[in-house]
Design a protein around this ligand. Sequence first.
Ligand code: SF4
Ligand code: SF4
Ligand code: SF4
Length: 386
Amino acid sequence: MQLGFNLHVRLTTACNADCSYCSCDSDIPSDRMSITDLKKSINFALSNFLKRSNPKDYCSAEVIGGEVMILPTSYLKEAVNTIRSVVGNKIKHVDVGCQSNLIGSEKKINALKEIIDDYSIGTSIDSFTSKRTIKGDANKYRRLAAQGANYLSKISGDTIGTVIVCDKDNIVKIVDEYRIAQKDQRRITIRPVFTGKHSIDYLEPKLLGKYWRELINLWFIDGDIVIEPLMRMTKSMLGMRSEVIGCPYWRSCSANSLDIEPNGDIYICQEMADAGVGKIGNAIEGQWDDDMFLQLSKRRINIDQECQECQWYRYCQGGCMMESATESGSFYSKPENCTAWKIIFKTIDENIAKYSKDASIKWIQNIENLDRAIVDQPKSIPVATK
Ligand code: SF4
Ligand code: SF4
Ligand code: SF4
């Protein structure tokens, strides 16, 4: 079995859009990292990280923004080649993916496809509300993002997986988003909104649980697309996964995930960076904070008592450390989304009982056989995305 880890490299936080709930500093004009700093940063951060974690032989790297499409193609190509070679010197196998809003010319999208590994470009969607915008215009965002995704789909021969960020307004449309994705045969990842660098319309965990319950009951046994993190949760509960890892249920993420910001700051993940909690150092300045890394690593064992006694702990692992830290100031507390996670695990459990374990396993296997990203590139570790 390959022992992998995630590496997020944020090349810039600047963006060509202005989504209201954006978690990063997307409204700054430009802060892209130079190639020299990039090389130095990956070398420094990776050496320190690998020294302190168990041996790894696979790296799932991802270049993120802001928006990577606003970067000059020659720079993006050099940055990705740098990641491949610097990481490749330390790790046997490295894949490079990216998150993009796909708002850009066909020429840019062609270049992105050339630079990034197959099936590794993901995008985001909001079909109903006005949170994703270009200069405040939601229709313009929808039109240009759909145009970009359709074009990438045409040249790659595959549908493009999309992230749906849920806040209090669009959660009520989550079932409709699923129906559209099911029709398009497109995988989706659902993420509750969180407060980063911009204000949000907070989503009550109870409301999240309510709508996810509706979604699970609709998807279960009849759906044939991947919905994350539901797919992963269901597989874990069916005993189809030996390792229960991936956001947002991951008590050992400090040993399996690393994020480098454009200014060289090092965090566990982009979410921790956006929330401004748990900074581990600065790679350009050659600083690594061992005390902080130890504090983050302790979440593996030092977790809320209620979580340790919870019937879903094996799968949930106490949820996400970024949520704990922003809500309570402690890396080890039970996050507020616990209310939603309990509803979700219970609903999956009820559906397995209703349709039987064997039928549920066959259904999951069928979805996996239909999903080319899983069939052709099964190694990626599921991460949170914007
Ligand atoms: S959410 Fe993504 S696309 Fe929207 S402004 Fe932020 S970085 Fe840009
Ligand atoms: S469901 Fe709640 S109590 Fe149970 S492990 Fe998750 S966060 Fe903890
Ligand atoms: S989003 Fe949460 S679970 Fe995922 S790596 Fe970050 S802190 Fe860990």
